[in-house]
Design a protein around this ligand. Structure first.
Ligand code: AKG
Ligand code: FE2
Length: 220
């Protein structure tokens, strides 16, 4: 199905302009992030696993539907499409480790589904913001942070999306500029986990994979 090693896709994610945007602005957007066959397989797997989706938890561990309304299911190494996506995130992490002092040790990701009208209020995936520095190795500076989520990723699994359907990811960059990013098919957004962002309600179901690159090791 794939003539080249599908992991090479993650090299293309970190082209020079994308890496530059991720460092300077705090985020980058990648269109056609996955080969079409993998994108299709992930959309299908997300739908097939619908019965296993559960109400998402907020950072403090509880359920709070006034903050977020989506349902999620963690990708697992046995998932036939999901494992290939996890491998891409791992490759992204090792590429970031090579290019920056990012210290990424593991990845995690979940399928997410936002029903019509669901939202996720303003939040940071990693609440530690002040001592977060992601800078180019050439400048010999380091990335430091206390909490373990370094980089957030969101990959959109919608077969089509119209701007009037809303459901934007509303994201503040590290110059305090706000951006409205639509959940377009096969679009990947990579951003520093300390950035403030929210998911706006949509008029159609909105599906995605949210993933994180972490500095901590798995303890078991
Ligand atoms: O779906 C999105 O655009 C962002 C999701 C998000 O912020 C999260 O899961 O933490
Ligand atoms: Fe988030």
């Amino acid at each position: 199905m794939h003539t080249i090693n599908h992991l090479e896709q993650a090299d293309y994610w970190l082209s020079d302009p994308n890496l530059h945007a991720l460092v300077e602005q705090g985020f980058c957007i990648i269109e056609n992030a996955c080969p079409a066959a993998l994108f299709e397989a992930l959309m299908q797997e997300s739908m097939q696993l619908q019965a296993e989706f559960q109400q998402a938890k907020i950072a403090q561990g509880g359920l709070n539907q006034a903050i977020r309304g989506d349902t999620t299911r963690w990708l697992q190494p046995e998932d036939s499409a999901g494992k290939r996506y996890l491998a891409l995130l791992e490759k992204l992490g090792s590429n970031l480790n090579q290019q920056l002092y990012s210290g990424i040790r593991r990845v995690e990701a979940h399928y997410a589904a936002y029903a019509v009208g669901d939202f996720y209020k303003l939040h940071r995936d990693n609440p530690v913001s002040n001592d977060f520095h992601i800078t180019n190795r050439l400048h010999a500076t380091t990335l430091t942070q206390q909490q373990s989520r370094v980089i957030s990723t969101v990959f959109y699994l919608n077969p089509v999306w119209q701007p009037g359907w809303h459901g934007e990811l509303h994201l503040q960059d590290n110059q305090q500029q706000w951006h409205n990013i639509l959940p377009m098919p096969n679009r990947l957004v990579i951003f520093q986990s300390n950035l403030l962002h929210e998911v706006c309600p949509a008029t159609h179901e909105r599906r995605s994979i949210a993933g994180w690159l972490r500095r901590d090791e798995l303890l078991f």
